[in-house]
Ligand binder design. Structure first.
Ligand code: MRU
Length: 350
């Protein structure tokens, strides 16, 4: 599969370098993050974004912060880690990959290390493993998801679940990159994805780079595009999947699923198993991030886009009911309803 551009990397100097996704597609700027505050801020500002990528950034971020100090004892090291973990976990609530990655590090930190330096190097190794595993996971998702798509299919996607949202390849975009390599000729409709335009700025850009046929539409055009028979499948990424298959993803996803169902179009969710959270019984248990209203009223234009003082409501994600999802694709294969039983068996197998 063609490698996509790297969005998160650790340097020899123990700093974290991220591609600033807020500046795309106009500028390709990498930023160096040196402290936990830098990493927290970059995640909150969506300079690094996408569920797997923020998990990787948090894991590297914890290592970068830990590497700044010397420690009197292993318990001193563990205490510092606990503070960093809580702090970074507070940056964004919906994507479970963030907490999942930090919990992986916590398991490593709690092992019986012979001194803080050994523990620090083990944290580095685990953070690296989280990144390299994610690339393999995305590649496998791409292979499984491609079996669901026909050559020349019209495909609609929302937000950005591409290479820059992961270690490599992406989740929902992985089958498109893989299909391109194998000679498939997909016609992709990218929802612009208001308010922050991840579809327009990032998905359209990534697909163009890969020379995949992409047409940008505003979010409110999805219905007509489906009605006109231009869409054979909808494929999206996700931020958290509950035990019953309810799925949180970028705001607007659940509306697309309702539309797809109405028009009889399959609706697919690409989900690394790191995004499945069986501690959430249903989507009602998933915390939905609410972001500043200024993203609706001010972002992306030089002048305000709404009257001063107007009330806003800006949930960043919504939950798609499992009954609207045709299949969930993980690195291990394709999960079909009944989701509760299938997810339990699948996560166990994984
Ligand atoms: O707010 P964002 O841009 O981080 O939202 C990202 C999404 O909703 C993606 O679809 C999801 O994280 C999957 S990325 C492989």
């Amino acid at each position: 599969m063609p490698a996509t551009i790297e969005s998160v990397k650790l340097t020899e100097e123990n700093t974290l370098v991220i591609l600033d996704q807020t500046l795309l597609p106009n500028e390709l700027v990498y930023r160096t993050l040196r402290t936990k505050e830098d990493v927290w801020q970059a995640i909150v500002a969506l300079q690094v974004r996408g569920a797997p990528a923020i998990g990787i950034a948090a894991a590297y971020g914890a290592y970068v912060e830990l590497a700044r100090y010397s420690y009197d004892s292993i318990s001193d090291f563990r205490q510092t880690f606990a503070t960093i973990k809580d702090y970074l976990a507070s940056s964004r609530p919906t994507a479970v990959n963030l907490a999942w990655a930090l919990e992986r590090l916590e398991k490593v930190v709690s092992q019986p290390w012979n001194g803080a330096e050994a523990a620090l190097q083990a944290v580095r190794g685990e953070a690296e493993a989280i990144r390299t595993e994610d690339a393999c996971v995305c590649e496998a998702i791409g292979r499984h998801a491609l079996t669901l798509l026909n050559n020349q299919a019209g495909i609609l996607t929302h937000c950005n679940a591409g290479g820059i949202a992961t270690a490599k390849y992406g989740t929902a975009l992985a089958p498109l990159f893989l299909g391109k390599e194998q000679g498939y000729d997909f016609h992709v409709y990218a929802d612009e994805t208001r308010p922050l335009l991840q579809g327009a700025r990032l998905t359209a850009w990534e697909l163009q780079q890969a020379q995949i046929d992409v047409t940008l539409i505003c979010d409110n055009m999805a219905s007509i595009v489906m009605q006109q028979g231009k869409v054979d499948a909808v494929i999206v990424g996700c931020d958290r999947v509950a035990a019953n298959g309810d799925t949180a993803n970028k705001i607007g996803t659940s509306g697309l699923a309702i539309l797809a169902n109405y028009y009889g179009i399959p609706f697919y969710v690409c989900a690394p198993t790191s995004t499945i959270d069986v501690t959430c019984q249903t989507g009602a248990d998933i915390e939905i991030e609410e972001r500043a209203g200024s993203e609706i009223t001010e972002a992306w234009y030089e002048k305000p886009m709404a009257p001063a003082g107007v009330k806003t409501y800006n949930p960043a994600f919504d939950v798609t009911d499992h009954t609207l999802i045709s299949a969930i694709i993980t690195e291990h294969g394709i999960i079909r309803p009944a989701y509760k039983e299938a997810i339990a068996a699948h996560v166990h197998v994984g």
